[in-house]
Design a protein around this ligand. Structure first.
Ligand code: 1CP
Length: 349
């Protein structure tokens, strides 16, 4: 329903969208997680003096930063410049994104009352998002825009820990020890993430990615029991919008089947799992990935040889979208990413 609100350009020839749907492609599509707002000098320049969250709420800046890697690399998709905690900020959670640290939450969530104090997200909370997406879709022409949201477990980790965490110990303690609070929190975040994706697709995003970056901290049984049903609700809501859904996590070699079954069209794979072993696990779905992000620091011929291996392995999938196995490392040389993009796009299909 929401998806019909904006007239989109004709994207039927998009290699990215075709691969996401398992259709034949003119070339292997490529984009990079965290391609916007990392290593580019033109990004650092426009961000000068403006905080991260402030930048995400400025449609002019969001359009510019999202377009920068598309202009420079000619990637097959743009990823919306925002953050997984932006919707929480928009509904009034007291948080900041601290340079060099990441999201920091002033009063971490511990009780049912804390969960109930978080409002649900409505489009009125994020008019600047709709405006930025509309502006982008106009500028991007035949390049599709990927909208995104954080999956409930990964967003919960920031809310419960109060900031970045390695062990996610307080989060998992709540999951194991306070199931009623956990269930309420996961439902709350699932609703916010689904509404946030709805806003982006209604304004013209052509695909969505659900980031469950920290799901790899869980056993398959705990993922299935305590996390998957909530991610599945977000993916089902996105499915209603008629756009392809990518589901990504880090260190998820034991969760790939479940992450697909949660309702993804494409499963994102980090670099630790060879695509040859990931593909049978995801079954009749596409895969996205998965060059080790440090390989762009290697000599170009070493990087491209490894990229070729990834493309060759991807042939066995229903569809393959080339990407790094996680985000672009901030010190990455943009010229090397440009060479990688050209290599992937010119590799025989
Ligand atoms: O291409 C892009 O960069 C698009 C925009 C984008 C995306 C998709 C940003 C901007 N953040 C994200 C998603 C995001 N944010 C994830 C999922 C993807 C992933 O695993 O990399 C996560 C876990 C976050 C949380 C976050 N925000 C962190 C990680 C902290 C930790 O726990 O280790 C950090 C450092 C941020 C800040 C952030 N988000 C985005 C940018 C450009 C920045 C840096 C801003 C700054 O320092 O000023």
């Amino acid at each position: 329903m929401a998806a019909t609100e904006t007239t989109r350009p004709d994207l039927s020839g998009s290699a990215f969208l075709r691969a996401a749907r398992g259709e034949p492609v003119p070339h292997t599509p490529v984009w990079f997680m965290r391609q916007a707002g990392r290593s580019l000098p033109e990004y650092l320049k426009v961000r000068e003096g403006t905080g991260m969250l402030e930048s995400c709420m400025d449609p002019g800046l969001v359009v510019e930063i999202t377009l920068q890697p598309v202009r420079r690399y000619g990637v097959d998709a743009a990823i919306f410049f925002s953050d997984i905690v932006l919707p929480l900020k928009a509904v009034g959670v007291d948080l900041d994104i601290k340079p060099g640290v990441g999201p920091v939450v002033a009063r971490p969530v511990r009780t049912l009352a804390d969960v109930e104090a978080i409002p649900d997200l409505t489009p009125e909370h994020v008019p600047f998002i709709s405006q930025a997406v509309r502006g982008l879709v106009g500028e991007l022409g035949s390049t599709p825009l990927i909208g995104f949201a954080g999956a409930p477990f990964t967003v919960a980790s920031y809310l419960v820990e109060g900031g970045p965490s390695k062990e996610h110990a307080k989060t998992k303690a709540m999951m194991f020890g306070a199931p009623d609070v956990w269930d309420a929190l996961m439902r709350k975040i699932a609703g916010i993430s689904a509404a946030y994706l709805d806003v982006q697709v209604a304004a013209g995003a052509s695909a969505v990615q659900l980031f469950d970056s920290w799901a790899g901290a869980l056993t398959p049984a705990d993922y299935a029991a305590h996390v998957m049903p909530h991610s599945a609700r977000v993916l089902a809501a996105a499915g209603e919008l008629g756009v392809p859904r990518i589901h990504f996590g880090v260190g998820t070699s034991n969760l790939l089947t479940l992450m697909g079954e949660a309702g993804a069209d494409v499963v994102g794979v980090d670099w630790r799992t060879p695509l040859a072993s990931a593909i049978p696990q995801v079954g009749d779905r596409g895969v996205q990935g998965n060059l080790d992000p440090t390989l762009v620091f290697a000599p170009t011929d070493v990087m491209t040889a490894r990229a070729a291996e990834v493309i060759e392995a991807g042939r066995a999938a229903k569809g393959h979208i080339f990407n790094l196995g996680h985000g672009v490392i901030p010190s990455t040389d943009p010229d090397q990413l440009k060479r990688l993009t050209e290599f992937v796009q010119s590799y025989p299909v």
